[in-house]
Design a protein around this ligand. Structure first.
Ligand SMILES: NC(=O)c1ccc[n+]([C@@H]2O[C@H](COP(=O)([O-])OP(=O)(O)OC[C@H]3O[C@@H](n4cnc5c(N)ncnc54)[C@H](O)[C@@H]3O)[C@@H](O)[C@H]2O)c1
Length: 349
């Protein structure tokens, strides 16, 4: 994809602005996770950026080939995730990985990696940054965006399966998109993770968080359900079709791993972030029973070109496996702030 002619001048202006802070071609800035956390982006701003990224993707205004993957051990992956967003003058790549056994084996988080942000006019690297926190906030923001268009406006209950990094980030600001929320249910196979989520987040949240004793208790009690656990290669569903009543909104961060296949097949609307990436993941073996017909992309629903929830009794499933373009929108905002406020460490090229 080329930079449209009408944006050439603005692109030069943006580059000149960068040059007032950074010697492009001679140095880059490195942003650690702590530095990125100091960038004051509100949950609304992050969600707004991510919603724009989903729309830009579905309107084909970005260059984003599907992820390239390596799978060194069972249930592990490295993903190379490049994206170019001409209208944001943002080009770069995330080299992210997911190793579910990390916590127990090495004391490292499951998901981690680095992002390179480039000058799209010369190709030179402008910044290298940790990707963990950016992934964390943009993934929750994708779920929030999906909720805005797919969940009933008056939903009183939200259920979070998986109380790790993503689970916490999802719960933290969920009330911003579910204004009528009264109860949040959480469940984790590692009970201490649910306990510590509640201990840490309950004081800052005006909605009661309840530890569910089982998947069944959580899904039966929650109108809107999100999950962020482990993307498994082996299909071993733990959530039964019989527990899922009509009207629910189910949002997945780890593909079909947890749910019985018939739930997907009987959903009224099955929505994904990227049709192309879903087909690619079929090749990797993630959907052994195939996937149901795709009703729309999340970005199409957010743009209003396809309708989201139309009736209270629709069963709607959103399968958002994550896209580089979501990272790139947030990265551009982080980079601009970091540059202006002298965050990070300068490194020679
Ligand atoms: N879709 C996306 O864009 C995106 C982005 C980032 C992470 N993810 C995925 O989200 C998932 C969680 O990532 P994270 O960084 O929060 O990991 P994490 O290790 O911090 O948290 C995962 C939590 O899930 C729990 N868990 C594992 N298996 C479970 C199960 N079967 N039932 C209930 N709980 C279970 C673990 O005990 C842990 O507390 C991963 O699969 C990751 O690949 C998706």
């Amino acid at each position: 994809m080329r930079l449209p002619k009408e944006l050439h001048q603005a692109a030069e202006q943006y580059r000149n602005w960068i040059l007032t802070y950074l010697k492009i071609g001679q140095e880059l800035i490195y942003l650690s996770q702590d530095a990125i956390k100091r960038v004051p982006l509100s949950p609304e701003e992050i969600r707004g950026l991510v919603e724009k990224s989903l729309i830009a993707y579905s309107e084909k205004k970005v260059d984003m080939p599907s992820k390239i993957a390596l799978h060194p051990l069972e249930d592990t992956f490295f993903h190379a995730m490049p994206a170019y967003v001409p209208e944001r003058f943002a080009a770069g790549i995330k080299w992210g990985s997911c190793f579910p056994q990390n916590q127990g084996r090495f004391g490292f988080p499951q998901a981690q990696g680095l992002i390179i942000f480039n000058d799209h006019l010369s190709g030179m690297p402008l910044a290298v940054m940790d990707c963990k926190y950016i992934t964390e906030i943009r993934t929750a923001a994708v779920t929030y965006t999906a909720i805005r268009y797919l969940a009933p406006k008056d939903a009183h209950t939200f259920g979070m399966i998986g109380c790790g990094v993503e689970g916490r980030q999802h719960v933290k600001n969920i009330a911003t998109v579910l204004p009528a929320l009264k109860t949040i249910y959480v469940y984790d196979i590692f009970e201490a993770a649910a306990d510590s989520l509640i201990a840490d987040l309950q004081p800052g949240i005006g909605v009661k968080i309840v530890k569910a004793a089982s998947y069944e208790e959580l899904v039966k009690n929650s109108a809107v359900i999100a999950s962020a656990t482990i993307a498994k290669e082996d299909y071993a569903p733990v959530i039964k079709d019989a527990w899922i009543s009509m009207g629910k909104t189910i949002l997945l961060c780890e593909g079909h791993t947890l749910y019985e296949d018939s739930i997907f097949k009987r959903a009224d609307k099955y929505i994904v972030d990227s049709r192309e990436q879903v087909e690619q993941f079929v090749q990797y073996g993630y959907y052994p029973f195939g996937h149901p017909p795709i009703y729309a992309e999340t970005g199409e629903v957010a743009a209003g070109t396809v309708r989201g929830r139309e009736h209270a009794d629709e069963l709607i499933i959103g399968n958002n496996f994550g896209m580089a373009v979501e990272d790139m929108f947030v990265v551009r905002a982080v980079f601009d702030y970091a540059l202006k406020n002298h965050l990070g460490v300068r490194l020679p090229l």
